[in-house]
Design a protein around this ligand. Structure first.
Ligand code: NAG
Ligand code: NAG
Ligand code: NAG
Ligand code: NAG
Length: 350
């Protein structure tokens, strides 16, 4: 259903171009972009600098409903001044591209956003990208190997760095501490070392996801400085630790700390987070009961399986059918796909 819409949009834009004689992207940028696309393996497309569009030159099978190939130029392209018309965004995702991430990206001086998620791009992440002006970099689910280049710490305007589901190894470079504008970090690889203490430097960070990263615990107590709305850490090896201090994360909406070797009690303030919708602290060593003082009326999913909790479930937690509480189940459904409706399953506490 999405493809016809997309095609229609292209045709529409093409007509607009003829009528309004839109300005052109400078030839150097057009050439660099073609080079980039070739190196990425996107051979069925050509960049049209007159329209700032990707034209399909050979039929590309629609592999995935989310597949998207799009270039975006400055808003100024439309006022007829070609010296102001530049590529700012490249999106090419879910197209199974099998090339590499070209260092030539830095030759597009106005480029701010790349989204190459869900391809098979391989090789290493080029350190040259540290000299770009990128603000958002999504390389999720590709085949990148090697380490996270420390040069990425120079991307001081970076707001999102999504490296999940690659084959990256090594430690997270300490230079990443400089990314103080980071709002969103998702990483799932084969990294090593502990969760770095420098996460406290990411003051703008709202969303931190470290699922199956290879990093080990404990979760640094400096996490208390962050004002997170979404924290997901799973499968964290390392010594037993107490519940991470999240008293400052007053706007917390999602908290997943699954299989993180956490002992002790769930702090009472967790039950009082008004915006908390999903709480998954399963497969830890938690003891004690659920606080009776539950304010979080948004709480819809609660996973407590695989702990040593005791006592009973306060009535106040059992709001309008949506709450899901697993106590005894051996296996849990994926927490990453929460928008499917779940049945209410309330177990007895041990
Ligand atoms: C086009 O933009 C350049 C750079 O900002 C400026 O120097 C030039 O005067 C503009 N030309 C027109 C026709 O607006
Ligand atoms: C991923 O990269 C490795 C080499 O680093 C290669 O052997 C493998 O075939 C690649 N996988 C895919 C799906 O492209
Ligand atoms: C959890 O902590 C204990 C005690 O520190 C340790 O023996 C155990 O190996 C840890 N588990 C994991 C999965 O790291
Ligand atoms: C923390 O985040 C919440 C919600 O995102 C916001 O309302 C609050 O003002 C923030 N607090 C600070 C100290 O930035």
């Amino acid at each position: 259903m999405r493809k016809p819409k997309f095609m229609l949009f292209q045709v529409f834009n093409f007509i607009m171009v003829i009528q309004l004689a839109e300005s052109v992207v400078p030839q150097e940028e057009v050439e660099v972009l073609e080079q980039i696309m070739t190196l990425m393996g996107a051979t069925n497309w050509r960049f049209n600098g007159n329209t700032c569009q990707l034209d399909m030159i050979a039929q590309v099978p629609k592999l995935h409903p989310e597949a998207e190939a799009r270039i975006q130029c400055d808003i100024d392209c439309n006022n007829g001044n070609s010296s102001e018309c530049h590529v700012i965004t490249i999106i090419h995702k879910y197209y199974s591209l099998g090339g590499v991430l070209p260092p030539q990206l830095i030759e597009l001086p106005y480029l701010r956003t790349i989204d190459f998620a869900y391809n098979y791009l391989g090789g290493t992440i080029p350190p040259e990208l540290g000299s770009s002006q990128l603000q958002s970099m999504n390389l999720e689910a590709n085949n990148f190997s090697g380490t996270v280049p420390s040069d990425l710490g120079r991307l001081i305007n970076l707001q999102a760095l999504i490296l999940s589901s690659n084959r990256l190894t090594g430690m997270l470079p300490s230079s990443l501490a400089e990314l103080s504008n980071l709002k969103d970090l998702i990483s799932d690889n084969d990294l090593s070392g502990t969760i770095p203490n420098f996460i406290e430097k990411w003051r703008q960070l709202n969303k931190l996801e470290l699922i199956g990263t290879g990093l080990s615990g404990p979760i640094p107590s400096s996490i208390s400085i962050l004002n997170l709305t979404d924290l997901r850490i799973c499968e964290l090896s390392g010594p037993t630790q107490s519940f991470p201090p999240l008293d400052n994360a007053v706007g917390l909406q999602t908290l997943v700390l699954r299989n993180c070797n956490i002992s002790g009690e769930i702090p009472a303030y967790i039950w009082q987070r008004r915006d908390l919708q999903l709480l998954d602290v399963s497969f830890n060593k938690l003891i004690g009961g659920i606080s009776r003082d539950i304010i979080g009326r948004s709480l819809r999913y609660v996973f407590l399986t695989g702990n040593m909790l005791s006592g009973d479930i306060p009535d106040s937690l059992l709001i309008e059918g949506a709450t899901m509480i697993y106590f005894h189940a051996q296996r849990m459904p994926s927490v990453l796909d929460m928008d499917v409706p779940y049945m209410l399953t309330v177990g007895e506490m041990i």
